[in-house]
Design a protein around this ligand. Structure first.
Ligand code: BTN
Length: 327
């Protein structure tokens, strides 16, 4: 017997007891088989209340991301329309990349409950504990030249920021280029890795990490002063499936807008969500350190920095430090 049918039966009777007789009649199996499945579900984190007279009542489902429930929650047309969920992987980036190499369609999404070798920008690791966050990578096949890849990173940050703000009501902002912060602490990171051929993008693997329900104890000590989760900041747990569905819808809409109208409308949205603009910051660039005030984005995705002598410089790649003060 497939667990999904049994679960569906409980979901059709929310908060109500479902009798053993009804279950075995509807699913055409013995009561012993039902009991065994319920024990299995309990082992997987489902909670039931049993009554000798009334049967079983589903009390709680585990917060698991499964492709069926996610597919049902989706309102996007292409993004996430092919979902592959894993329990534990090294990095969802690697799996999505090999799917892309094998010709996976744009929107193919790899999700893991846990990563044991999650990657961040600049060769750093990414803390991805079991069931606590959104660790996923999507295959994108944009028909734009390779120099537009940074624009897609910024676009992804805008979509994620807008959808997370809507769902959580938390004061989330974007630090250039694509970190999402609450009160200066990071809650999400985006890693775009691309493969190109003759100056054209073959595909992009967009990796999204959102620290949804992590507790303080889930972070290594050295990270805790710089990182937080939606749960810590919001004082409540959030449903990961709902967040993914909301984000994929926003992401696809912005992506379509970008393909039709270019980067300008995205640039304006990014600037309105930025927590970097107007604050003096230190930037560590491949050419050395620089102190200045971010004043806006360039069409290319570079950040425009006003230096102390009033000159403006465009920075394409750097690590931006904490604000040193308001301007
Ligand atoms: C950053 O440094 O801010 C980027 C972090 C990106 C993390 C995500 S989690 C899903 C995907 N798989 C990875 O190994 N990394 C990205």
């Amino acid at each position: 017997m497939n667990n999904e049918w049994l679960l569906q039966l409980f979901r059709n009777h929310p908060g109500e007891y479902v009798s053993g007789a009804l279950m075995s009649q509807q699913l055409n199996v013995s009561r012993t088989a039902i009991w065994k499945q319920i024990k299995k579900l309990e082992g997987a984190g489902y909670e039931f209340e049993a009554s000798t007279k009334l049967g079983y009542r589903l009390l709680k489902e585990p917060d698991q991301i499964d492709s069926n429930s996610l597919t049902k929650a989706l309102t996007s047309n292409r993004f996430g329309r092919n979902i592959i969920c894993f329990e534990e992987v090294k990095s969802t980036q690697d799996l999505a990349r090999s799917l892309a190499e094998d010709g996976a369609l744009e929107g193919t999404l790899v999700i893991a409950e846990k990563q044991n070798g999650g990657r961040g920008r600049m060769g750093r690791g990414w803390v991805s504990p079991q069931g606590k966050g959104i660790w996923m990578s999507m295959v994108m096949r944009p028909s734009v030249p390779i120099h537009c890849a940074p624009q897609l990173t910024l676009l992804t940050a805008v979509a994620l920021c807008r959808s997370l703000k809507r769902i959580t009501n938390l004061p989330i902002g974007i630090k250039w280029p694509n970190d999402l912060l609450i009160d200066g602490k990071k809650i999400s990171g985006i890693l775009l890795e691309s493969a190109a051929e003759d100056e054209r993008l073959k595909y992009i693997i967009a990796g999204i990490g959102v620290s949804v329900n992590l507790l303080e104890s889930d972070y290594p000590e050295e990270l805790f002063s710089r990182a937080t989760s939606l749960r810590i900041a919001g004082g409540q747990a959030f449903n990961r499936t709902a967040i993914i569905a909301e984000f994929l819808k926003d992401w696809e809409q912005l992506y379509d807008l970008f393909q039709q109208e270019g980067f300008q409308p995205i640039l304006a949205l990014w600037e309105s969500l930025s927590v970097s603009i107007g604050k003096t910051v230190k930037l560590i660039t491949p050419q050395g350190e620089l102190v200045g005030v971010p004043v806006g984005l360039e069409e290319s995705g570079a950040i425009r920095i006003k230096r102390e002598d009033g000159s403006i410089v465009a920075i394409f790649s750097a690590e931006m430090g904490e604000p040193l003060g308001e301007n």
